[in-house]
Design a protein around this ligand. Structure first.
Ligand code: AP5
Length: 218
């Protein structure tokens, strides 16, 4: 199964992609997580990406596409993937179509989660992340005592989760990523859901959408 999670920063793409990945035993590929790992390991890729990420700009396509192509090859062996944070513009979407066409494959569904700007800002300014296992929390929506409930590691804020950078990320989303909604609608694979409601409610809606792919395949 090949699924893309689309939506503005703070829509809940990462939260839901992790759940779908566990439920379907499908690899989760988050370009944001791969980049943050590269930054934290101070690799050459990380050094190139760091300043774009801290400003909330997109990292150049040449860097991203090289990184994603290698990852997708690995994940294809595992029966597909759930992509989160990629593609981020029409050029990346066309490249992805090209990689999959070469393997006689295609995306099956793009799930677009929508939230309004102020909800996104509230979610991101309160987000806390476990630096060890990646589990997501929120200071008020999904509180913890400052430590990950899964592995006990001290939670951190992401460096780009300050209000100035968040507002820029939202602007970049509307300029560069939002056009993908039309791109995938024209291909007939776009499904829209509201990102309002609890993570459990949204997850149930996503599972209903994914069941449609299974019905189509059978
Ligand atoms: P990336 O890591 O992809 O960040 P993003 O797109 O800005 O998305 P977020 O991770 O902020 O939000 P999300 O929708 O996943 O929300 P989450 O589930 O965490 O990218 C970071 C940077 O890397 C980019 O700015 C760019 O520089 C670079 N980059 C990455 N990919 C790139 C690419 N392809 N091309 C170029 N550059 C790239 O939830 C947020 C919070 O809300 C959490 O606290 C969560 O607990 C809470 N929450 C979630 N759902 C709910 C709910 N239903 N109700 C209440 N709270 C909720």
């Amino acid at each position: 199964m090949r699924i893309v999670m689309l939506g503005p920063p703070g829509a809940g793409k990462g939260t839901q992609a992790k759940r779908v990945s566990v439920k379907l035993n499908l690899p989760h590929l988050s370009t944001g997580e791969l980049l943050r790992e590269a930054v934290s390991n101070n690799t050459s890729l990380g050094r190139k990406a760091k300043s774009y990420m801290s400003r909330g700009e997109l990292v150049p396509d040449s860097i991203i596409l090289n990184m994603v192509e290698k990852e997708i090859d690995k994940y294809e062996e595992k029966g597909g993937f759930i992509l989160d944070g990629f593609p981020r513009n029409v050029a990346q979407a066309k490249k992805l179509d090209g990689y999959l066409e070469k393997k006689s494959e295609a995306l099956e569904m793009v799930i677009n989660i929508d939230v309004d700007e102020e909800t996104a800002v509230k979610r991101l300014t309160g987000r806390l992340v476990c630096p060890n296992c990646g589990k997501l929390y929120h200071a008020t929506n999904a509180p913890s005592d400052g430590a990950c409930k899964g592995c006990g590691t001290e939670l951190r804020k992401r460096e780009d989760d300050n209000e100035k950078t968040i507002r820029n990320r939202l602007e970049v989303y509307f300029d560069e990523t939002h056009p993908l909604i039309e791109y995938y609608r024209e291909k007939g694979i776009l499904r829209n859901i509201s990102g309002k409601g609890s993570p459990d409610e949204i997850f149930q809606k996503i599972l209903i959408l994914i069941a449609q792919i299974k019905v189509k395949k059978s």
